[in-house]
Every structure is written in structure tokens, then in C-alpha cells.
Design a protein around this ligand. Structure first.
Ligand SMILES: [Zn+2]
Length: 397
């Protein structure tokens, strides 16, 4: 970690900005900075790529850059604008996130009116947490759609005269959720994008760009965010969370470029995570009323309290079956993700000699993506349990 390393990442860093904790994505950042320097900022961007790689954080940082009063190629971190961005509270930045609908509201009501007081408090806490750690996900339980009122509210705001100089930046997180319900939110946004307001940019951010309607996607400049390199993630865990080197390496490897997941893992007891995974595997693969009930209940309660954690458990299960497939096919020299669990994995593979593990990985992906779209959880899980049984015993198809 010599001086040159610091200089190298200097392009991404401002002075003392909280968003300095973003890692990787230097190439994308440079591209955005160059666009800004050459006055080539477009009215709509679509940031897409896998989970936890810094898409939202870079969007916030970009919004900060174009509003920084110093006007340089990095955020100065000291002006009044940067100070507001540090708290994610700047009049020129609007964050649109999926929200639950605690109560019915009228057409022209602000979206906050749909929320109970508890929900508003939880939302404020999540925004504060995101200001501290840009990898934090602002996702409230039962928030499966971007409310049309959020789009209507922003429409009012962007055609108003700016309160501050600079550029209005509208960031839409989980933008694929514009499409849920009757799609009216997507339509409302499309109308705005068709007549782009001056000095305004929209940044749509999603892990699932294919779910967005083509008419929106085609109006945006697309920016793909790749997974963050394992070595960069490991180094970050050591520096920011004081994770011991060996463990950091293992976790980074496990997280596959997903920084959010890496941080989540680093804050947990790795042995507990492994035990949790073993329980999930047992519930899923040993058919008994008790096991299946355990899995369904675990999924339902985790989904209610923290959908991100359920997502993460599905990811772990995918790794398990992916590793099982590798061991089954490659025998001795399998390169597995769940390094510490090789013994249990080999035992598992022996137990299911004809198992179609690749098919199960696919089932898990479909299931996880259905849950993020608010399909009936019990139905989705029940189908998964049956499909896994068939694929374990080679009776599928
Ligand atoms: Zn500044």
C-alpha cells in the first residue's frame, strides 16, 4: 500500500467525502468525469450491472461532482454543495426509491403520504446509513414498486426554477420496479424523458435492465458496472473493517465482486454463516414436512424483515449447488467458491450421485428473481422445493 496506490485511486477520491469508501469502478468514474469536463452530460443514464458493485454510490458521487462549487475534476469535499451531498441532502438531488403503500393516497399527493410514521423513520435511517456507507441498500420491507406519486412529485420539482445553481439530478434506485403494477410509473417517467427538462439528468439504476421497457432503455446512455475485483474487495475489508488478511481473501472470493455482500459477511461470524447455509441445504434437500416448513417459514420471515438477507441466502445456496456441480464433474481438481465447506460438499455430492445441480442453480436464480418481483412467496417456494427434489434424483423433465 505505497504512495503510488493512493495516487492511482486519487481520481475517484475527493477530500474527506464519505463516498470515498466506494471502491473499484475507476474506469467508469473517469468516463463520467471526462463527460463532465467536456460538457457532455446527457439527460438520462442507465447504470446497470450486478448487485453491490457501487452503481448507486457512483451515481450519488456524480451528482455531487456536477454540483460541486469548486468545479474541478473531483469533488472538493469542502464547499457548501459537497457538505450537503455528504448527508445525501441536496436540493438538486432527488432520490427515488421503491416504497411500500401503507395507505391509499390521491393522485396528486406526495408519496410520503402513503407511508406510516414508522416507515418514514425507517426510510430516514436508511438514507443516513447510505450516507455513511454507499453500499447500503435503501429497501424497505413490502416496497415492491416505485410509486407513480414519486414520479409526479419529481415532475413538479424539475420544471420549477432551480433553488440552487448547478444541475438537477434525479436518481432512481431499483428502476426495474417502475415496471411493476400497471406500469403507470414507467409511462409517467417516459413522458418526462421524451421532453427532457433543461439542466437535469436522470440516472436510472438497476440490477435487472432487461426488465425495463425498451422505450425507456433506449432513451438512456447505458453504463455497465462490472463486479469489483476480488483483490480490491479483500484489501478494502482489511482497511475499512480490519478483517484479517486470510479471512478477507476468503470472503472477497465468496462475494464474487459484490462489495455489499462482502461487507455483510465480514461483519458476521463465518462459522455461523456456514452453519446457516448447512441448515438451509438440509431443509431444502431432505423432504419432510418439518424441513419444508422450516424453509418456508425462514424465507417468509426473512423476506418480511429484510429482503436483502433472503437474497443473500439464495446467493449462498446457488454457490453451494454450483460447487456441488463442479465437484461432481471435475472430481479432484474442482475450484470451489465455498472453500471452507469442501468436506460437507463432497459428502453431499456422494449422497446425490445423479443430481442435476446446474438445474438447481437455475431454479434458485429464477426463484430469487421472482421474489424480488413480489410474486406469491409461498407458491414460489413450494414450486422450488418440488423442482429441487426432481433434480436431485434425476427425475426431472
Ligand atoms: Zn465541492
Amino acid at each position: 500500500m505505497g504512495k503510488s496506490r493512493e495516487v492511482e485511486s486519487g481520481a475517484l477520491a475527493g477530500q474527506g467525502m464519505i463516498l470515498d469508501t466506494l471502491i473499484g469502478q475507476e474506469k467508469i468514474w473517469k468516463r463520467l468525469v471526462t463527460a463532465y469536463e467536456n460538457d457532455h452530460i446527457t439527460g438520462a443514464y442507465l447504470f446497470h450491472g450486478p448487485s453491490g458493485v457501487g452503481k448507486e454510490g457512483i451515481a450519488i458521487r456524480f451528482a455531487g461532482l456536477v454540483n460541486c462549487k469548486a468545479g474541478g475534476s473531483a469533488l472538493c469535499g469542502e464547499c457548501s454543495s459537497c457538505a450537503k451531498f455528504n448527508r445525501l441532502q441536496h436540493p438538486n438531488m432527488t432520490l427515488i426509491v421503491p416504497l411500500p403503500k401503507d395507505r391509499d393516497i390521491k393522485k396528486n399527493d406526495p408519496p410520503a403520504k402513503a407511508l406510516k410514521d414508522d416507515t418514514i423513520t425507517a426510510l430516514a435511517e436508511l438514507i443516513a446509513a447510505k450516507a455513511d456507507d454507499p453500499y447500503t441498500k435503501i429497501r424497505l420491507p413490502r416496497s415492491n414498486t416505485i410509486l407513480i406519486n414519486s414520479i409526479r412529485e419529481v415532475r413538479e420539482k424539475i420544471y420549477l426554477k432551480a433553488m440552487e445553481t448547478g444541475r438537477k439530478m434525479v436518481l432512481i434506485f431499483d428502476a426495474d420496479l417502475l415496471m411493476t403494477g400497471d406500469g403507470s410509473s414507467a409511462n409517467a417517467l417516459l413522458k418526462i424523458l421524451e421532453e427532457p427538462p433543461p439542466e437535469t439528468s436522470f440516472i436510472l439504476i438497476t440490477d435487472f435492465p432487461e426488465r425495463l421497457v425498451e422505450t425507456i432503455g433506449s432513451r438512456c446512455q447505458q453504463v455497465f458496472f462490472p463486479p469489483v475485483q476480488t483483490e480490491i474487495v479483500a484489501k478494502h475489508l482489511q482497511e475499512s473493517l480490519a478483517t484479517p488478511a486470510e479471512e478477507a481473501k476468503l470472503i472477497a472470493h465468496l462475494a464474487q465482486g459484490n462489495v455489499r455482500m462482502a461487507k455483510h459477511l465480514a461483519k458476521q461470524d463465518l462459522e455461523e454463516v456456514q452453519n446457516q447455509l448447512l441448515s438451509l441445504v438440509k431443509w431444502l434437500t431432505k423432504p419432510s414436512e418439518n424441513n419444508w416448513r422450516s424453509f418456508t417459514q425462514h424465507a417468509a420471515s426473512t423476506y418480511r424483515t429484510n429482503p436483502q438477507v433472503l437474497n443473500f441466502h439464495f446467493q449462498l445456496l446457488s454457490y453451494w449447488f454450483r460447487d456441488a456441480q463442479f465437484i461432481q464433474k471435475m472430481n479432484g481438481e474442482a475450484h470451489i467458491i465455498l472453500e471452507g465447506m469442501e468436506y460437507s460438499l463432497r459428502k453431499f455430492v456422494k449422497h446425490f450421485p445423479v443430481g442435476d445441480f446446474a438445474a438447481i442453480v437455475k431454479e434458485l436464480e429464477t426463484c430469487s428473481s421472482s421474489l424480488s418481483r413480489n410474486y406469491n412467496l409461498n407458491l414460489v417456494i413450494t414450486n422450488l422445493l418440488f423442482d429441487i427434489q426432481e433434480n436431485l434424483h434425476g427425475t426431472a423433465g
